[in-house]
Design a protein around this ligand. Sequence first.
Ligand code: ADP
Length: 466
Amino acid sequence: MKRIKTLRFRFALWVALLVLGALIAFGVFVYFSLARDLAAAIDDSLRLSATQAIAAINYEDGRINFTDSLPENSPAASLRARDLTIRILSTKGILIGGFGNYRDVPIPPETISLPQRDESLFATFADASNNNSIRLYSAPIIEEGQRVGIIQVAKSLASVQETLNQLLRALLFGGVALIALAAGGGYFLAARALAPIDQMTRTARNISAQNLSARLNLPTTDDEVGRLAATLDLMLERLDDSLQRERRFVADASHDLRTPLAAMQAILDVTRDQPRNTQEYEHALDDLEFETKRLNILTEHLLQLARSDGHASVVSEPVDISLLLSDVCESLRMLAQAKDLTLACNVAPELVVNGDSDELVRLFVNLVENAIKYTERGGVTVNAHSDGKTVRILVQDTGRGIPRQDLPHIFDRFYRADASRSTGGAGLGLAIACKIAQTHGGEIQARSVEGKSSTFTVLLPRAPGS
Ligand code: ADP
């Protein structure tokens, strides 16, 4: 039952049914065409024989003289050799003469009552001695415009029947062989074509949410199955990739959440250990505040990432980037001044993009905050201008720069170039900024000269018509 449900079995069945249908149509056409042609040929030969026989008849003194032994040299002599029966009847249907196997078979009455003077007819009737049919041609013998008798030419249809039976046998045996061949061939071809799908099913069974490392790895072919296998492999790779990233993210997140909590616990333990003076308590509270801020920023960042991963719908409204950047610079000016850094904002007016202004503020605050955080001397410059259909925003600083080997990774989640982690960040700011740029149809590029400067370039599509 299981086998019957397989695609290859159904394919073989369909092929066999199609061949059967075609064979039946072909067989019926050939059989009946041949039967009709053979019947027409027999009728033609009977009519011709009758004409030849009439030519051999002597009509003298009102009497028909049809010699039983036709003269050797007469054209009608060959009639005997054709396995024909020829008989001559009077106009009343009385047998006058003739020869052949069916000379004496009863005369069917309809074959002698020919209503018209020169009317002829064909009749088929059963041979009483065996199962064969006899074809009989009946025509008037006309002399001097008068019907003087009737000639009947008959022939057994056994040979015709035998030819048709042979054809039927050939069609039956040939048909059965052909159907078996087609079904077998169909099964074999379907099995060959579907073998990779079986392999896919086996591999797919071994794939679980915990283990996405299995691949189909089928030989690359440019057919439907090959393309399906390649697409599934690509899909598995993407799923595996995102699963790995998810795991790393959860591990890093729990690690980074534990660090400030452990620090807070340690501060509390040490402070409680013995009685402290007011200054020491204040110091402990400051430390606790620092760790709480870290925890706050971290949970806020995690929340933002989780939200953007969940593909929460992005608000899309025209946002004046020129105004937005000026606001961001103003709000962070104090931060820069606290480190004795300059913060310049050279922004072309009326640069508009479509997007979510809160998200875009988050993006640029992250970049400018980083620039201030990682710069000890000099300053930070924010430039923005339009580049045709693109708005190009550059955040440059004169800080420590980013080591060459870290540059490709700084947009990864939890990646931090300074291993000491003295700056208190969690390594999520740039990942969030990158995600925001992407959801706005843009991108971020980073360049740096180590020890000298860093430049982050944000490219955003300009709002149409702005
Ligand atoms: P963090 O919270 O550590 O700042 P980010 O994702 O914002 O995390 O940045 C990732 C890393 O990239 C940082 O740890 C830092 O080493 C490096 N980085 C980012 N911006 C700058 C910059 N303007 N100058 C130098 N290094 C930077």
